[in-house]
Design a protein around this ligand. Structure first.
Ligand code: OGA
Ligand code: MN
Length: 220
């Protein structure tokens, strides 16, 4: 534990929650340029930079039995957040207030949240994909929170979001420090373009609980 980087567990304020809910309702995704207070963002950035390299593992595709590494699809490194550190605990507390705020406004029934740090070395990418297939996943809302100080347009590394039918581009999002992107996991194909420098983020998913008497909902 490092008390210097403790994160104040402040909630999202009502105006921000209203704005996010409205964007989600009207177009299925929300862009929030400065989602958290600067000291919270700094604490997360410090922690990410301090994490020993061996905590990061090459990211895979699919889940559990389906899990496979495929360097042609994605080449980032990930480390799951478990809330052990003050910064990560603060971030998860924030996302908890987002979960509750969105449930209250949109009746989504979001049950929990899972998230990992993701580090894309220079040139790394994540090819076009969806985060959840209809009826096959309990991931409902995806979040990406960026931790890249002074990101410039020519650094690349944009998140490109396509429309539901994969016909045209909807957004090209620069992974700027403190920006939060939220989108419906089953709806939008998206990809991460290669960047000219290391690109860091926290990717996460709000989930519904699909447990039944027969099968416990699988863990991540
Ligand atoms: C993901 C993802 C987007 C980004 O991790 O599934 O699509 O901008 N990330 O990092
Ligand atoms: Mn994704």
């Amino acid at each position: 534990m490092n008390p210097e980087i403790a994160v104040p567990a402040q909630p999202f304020n009502a105006d921000t929650l209203d704005a996010i809910a409205q964007q989600l309702e009207h177009r299925g995704y929300a862009l929030v340029p400065q989602a958290l207070p600067p000291e919270t963002v700094d604490a997360l950035f410090v922690e990410l930079k301090q994490l020993p390299e061996q905590y990061f593992k090459p990211a895979g595709i699919g889940r559990q039995d389906d899990f496979q590494l495929n360097r042609f699809v994605r080449s980032d490194q990930i480390c799951w957040l478990n809330g052990d550190s003050p910064a990560a605990a603060g971030f998860l507390a924030w996302m908890q207030t987002l979960r509750e705020g969105l449930n209250r406004r949109l009746f989504l029934g979001l049950f929990d949240y899972e998230a990992h740090y993701a580090s894309y070395p220079t040139g790394a990418f994540y090819k076009k994909h969806v985060d959840a297939f209809k009826g096959q996943s309990n991931r409902v809302l995806s979040t990406v929170f960026y931790l890249n100080p002074q990101w410039q347009p020519n650094d690349g590394g944009e998140l490109v979001i396509y429309d539901e039918n994969d016909q045209h581009e909807l957004e090209r999002v620069l992974p700027e420090y403190g920006k939060l992107v939220i989108f419906l996991s089953e709806v939008f194909p998206h990809e991460v373009l290669p960047a000219q420098r290391e690109r860091n983020s926290i990717a996460g998913w709000f989930r519904v609980n699909n447990s039944s008497a027969w099968m416990a909902d699988p863990a991540r």
